[in-house]
Design a protein around this ligand. Sequence first.
Ligand code: GLN
Length: 486
Amino acid sequence: MQVFGLTAHELRRLQEAGQVRPDEIVSQLSERARQVDGKVCAYVRSDTGLSVDPSSAHAPAAGLLEGVPVSIKDNICTEGFLTECCSRILAGFKPPYDATVIKKLKAAGASIITQKTNMDEFAFGSSTENSCFGPTHNPWDLQKVPGGSSGGSAASVAADEAIIALGSDTGGSIRQPAAFCGVVGLKPTYGRVSRYGLIAFASSLDQIGPLSKDVRDCALAMKVIAGFDPQDSTSVDLPVPDYTAALDKGIKGLTVGIPSEYFVAGLDPEVKSILQEAIAKIKSLGGSFQEVSLPHTEYAVPVYYIIATAEASSNLARFDGVQYGFRAPVSSAANSMIEMYKHTRGKGFGEEAKRRILLGTFSLSHGYYDAYYLRALKVRTLIKNDFDAAFKVCDCILTPTSPTPAFGIGEKMEDPLQMYLSDIYTISANLSGIPAISVPCGFTAAGLPVGMQLLAKPFAEETLFTVAHAYEQATPWHTSKPSLAE
Ligand code: GLN
């Protein structure tokens, strides 16, 4: 039986019926990766198929994700397996411990795919082109980017090389690649999922979340990875709801907000009309709509790029050639410690990482801190207040995930500003700490997937699952598969 194209909940049923064993699932996925990953490049270390962390393949108890292979972004620590953030500066780094999410996945019986998925270096980007391993290709059109920075995770699920993937989302890096690759992706509420073992980009924005083939798998994965962790001081001590119980509640009685500021110039006309059809579908399922206003939307991109780069410049200071990964060889003429730092950081970081370290160091520096960083923090609060006001009149907010479908490989690399603008609809959720999901909502005439984003109040992931699942079950989009033709 061919099982690599199935979901986790389908695999679970087959296993319970004794129709497939975990080792068969792994060997099929491995064979699948051997066949297609040369084209897709979802994994960074996959030349010989896939392997899984053996300690998990034989988990004794039947867990929620028993026997389900999960691919992991290269910035989430896996004990004893390379975790390099797709950066030269972390070359050879094998963490001495598992991230909390990995421990939780293993405890639920999941098989951890050890090859790790491709990403923009340190999660800086929207296309997975800023990787020291080269780009990942979008399974729906190999000339297009998969989105980023969790492009490898999204592509691994879309190309049936993994059943579920973990990504991280600082400004849209789970949702935008999910939209570009036609899969489901969730950024949980800040504090809902432990960041312990996630190599930090911007600590006040980062969240780990799942990418999956359908909404049910996303809810299942969240049930496993969410929850309080004493090792992450920003994780929140609230009980984890039964997310799968929220799936079948139905939309009736729920009010969906449509922000006037999001359906404006810059939104691709095809994406816009696909979104309008999705809105009509949700109406037909019994949802009511309400126009809402998020007046500070225009500041989200500049505020994000000040705060995210400031935090990144501080977080990346630890990569100095002493504690982790790569150390540049220095000639005897230049053998001071400072020279070693300079050489290591100069050779170890890619272009985008250097750009962000410079930007962040500038806005945190004496004399500029008040004008940029402090002001950005104040506007961040205004953006959050906009959402608080909107959620007084609606249960969730519907927007496009990205203003365009997947763009061409190389198309935006010379123009960082254009690249930054592809996050325009996703970054406000990170600035506000609220949860947001992207679900497939159609295809362009050229056959590229389009994603719909739903946002909700802090810790209201259940509302997202309810609306997303009702919509998904009434539409065919999640059942389409890419042909992977050249
Ligand atoms: N694309 C955004 C950036 O470049 C978001 C990245 C992310 O969420 N990690 O910062």
